[in-house]
Design a binder for this molecule. Sequence first.
Ligand code: ADP
Ligand code: S3P
Length: 287
Amino acid sequence: MTLTGHAYALGAGTIINAIATWKGAAFGVDLKTFADVELTKSSPAISGTIENVPQGDTTLIERSVELVLEHFDIEMGGTVHTSSEVPLASGLKSSSAAANATILATLDAIGETMEPMDAVLLGVRAAKDAGVTITGALDDACASFFGGIVVTDNRKNELVKRAEKEMDVIIFAPDRQSFSSQTNVQNSELIAPWVDMAYELTLEGEYEKAMTLNGFLYCGALGFSTDIMMDALRIGVKGVSLSGTGPAYSALVEKDLAEELIKIWKECGTSGKVINTKINNEGLMKP
Ligand SMILES: Nc1ncnc2c1ncn2[C@@H]1O[C@H](COP(=O)(O)OP(=O)(O)O)[C@@H](O)[C@H]1O
Ligand SMILES: O=C(O)C1=C[C@@H](OP(=O)(O)O)[C@@H](O)[C@H](O)C1
């Protein structure tokens, strides 16, 4: 007997990177990661593959399948395959999207459901077990699963706030990767008092101000250039930041500024791609 399941989850952008204070905020975007799971009774092991990334680390998606099967006390093995519109290890939450999509695809395969927040927390556990995260990145996991703007306390495993906002999202993704597991945690902790100020702005609904403050702080702490942010501010963008641990940047913009920002970032002289997307407020399920 072979069971198959399919699902997708969203990539996301950063408002507050949680590494400094363990409190974070992020927004889901219209970029998807797809997961296909195939389970058989005969195979005890789970083996993962990532489309177009033959050398990619598949521990996260394999662990995600395992945790769902363990939860329902099911002894099966098989395969999990992902394909993604989210650039890998760029700060755009490819890991949260891969874990969430895999968990939902596994549930689909075995014909089970879970409370949405329990599914998200299983993905966070898989990310911790796979060693791809510092705080568990509940902010990113919630943005990827619920869409909209989310604010979380990653130490308490708590979704503090969720809001919806219609905005375009323009992303600049340099042609390189930066793994969260290798980020400079000590430097991030040094900026905690000011990241706290940005977090307070987030609670007040001042997402764009919060995001831009977060961007300058983390660019400073992690050694990323602020030129891309300045390019955006110069034309009137209010919300622009390094996304997560970089190297990608994302901006929240009204429609009228989107085209101009795309043009400026395409001509900025740094090699990378510009992605035109928007906040996805639908998500996969409601919290
Ligand atoms: N499509 C995918 N399929 C399987 N694993 C993935 C996928 N995308 C990301 N990952 C896992 O997540 C890791 C990258 O995580 P991370 O550095 O936090 O990047 P991001 O900021 O994009 O989440 C990869 O090394 C891999 O283990
Ligand atoms: O590993 C972590 O705990 C985190 C990684 C960062 O994201 P990326 O994985 O996108 O760099 C950050 O934005 C998030 O708030 C917390």
